[in-house]
Design a protein around this ligand. Sequence first.
Ligand code: SF4
Length: 335
Amino acid sequence: MVYLDPEPVIKKLKEMNARRILLQLPDGLKPHVFSYFTKLSQNFSVIVSSSGFYGACDTGTRDEYVNVDAVVQMGHTEIPNVNYGIPVIFEEYIYPSAETFSGLNLTSLEEKGYRKIGVLYSIQYRESAFKFMEFLKDKGYEVRMGNNDGRLKYPGQVLGCNYSPIHDLDTWADCHIILSTGTFHSMGAQLSTEREVFVVEMSEPFTLHSMMEEADRRIRRRYANMAGIMDVDRFVVVVDTKVGQYRMKLAMKIKEEIESMGKTAVLAYANESNPVDFQNMMAQCIIFTGCPRVATDDFDRYPMPILTAQEFQMMFKKTGKGKYIFDEIVNVDRQ
Ligand code: SF4
């Protein structure tokens, strides 16, 4: 596979005079680790991170940085406004474009009279997204890709914590369509907007379906998780130490707000958030300022309510005027 050709990486590492390398591979690419490691090791001293990582927001811990000159992370795209503190080479993983979308059933767009479409993609499907725009244009739709903010590298791209291209087009578009697999990115997209979001599931035969009902169910479950928190007294406000999730200033502000209500708040660091740790602290509620998906997707793992920063503001500061606000990360603090 061309993608696993290490030569471009070797060239970049030589240019930066790096000698000691930390190599991060997502689980799907770990089977290639022996061949890749062997090739890099002919030129550099390489150590592989065997633990999982979450994306470009997570390039290893300070302990790991101490002994390396650079990180090579496979499969993700840099987050431009994160200061990584160490040189990081991101080897993007973009699939070749799909051949055609001609078999895709667009009835659900027709039925609702949607004509102006915002197109989004998770990074692997960037090439396909351009093909898809041509397909929609040929069918007579108006199509745009929204501009990204500083947390994304490309227009139309999304992360599970940032949907700025949606907001760029929200007043123009009738609906948004995201090219992705699974529901992680499409669920976040629908939670971030009141416009309808459709997902093109990128395994053939391609299908198009709305995320509206699933997102409504998720929001109802989020409100159920938050029921009763107005009476809670002991909060733990968590700062995730991952370089792309570190929002200390936000956490401190929330802690002050909790205290101003006469309640108790503890500020806590976490790298791998573990429900048992908070249980041992007798926490009654967690406000998690790192990845918002910990609260929105994994809350079932926690024996106490766990809220995003935006959910905290919705509940205690009455932001959102009754509408659910998805907690998007625009930028993080420098560590
Ligand atoms: S913060 Fe969460 S959603 Fe955002 S890039 Fe990291 S793991 Fe993905």
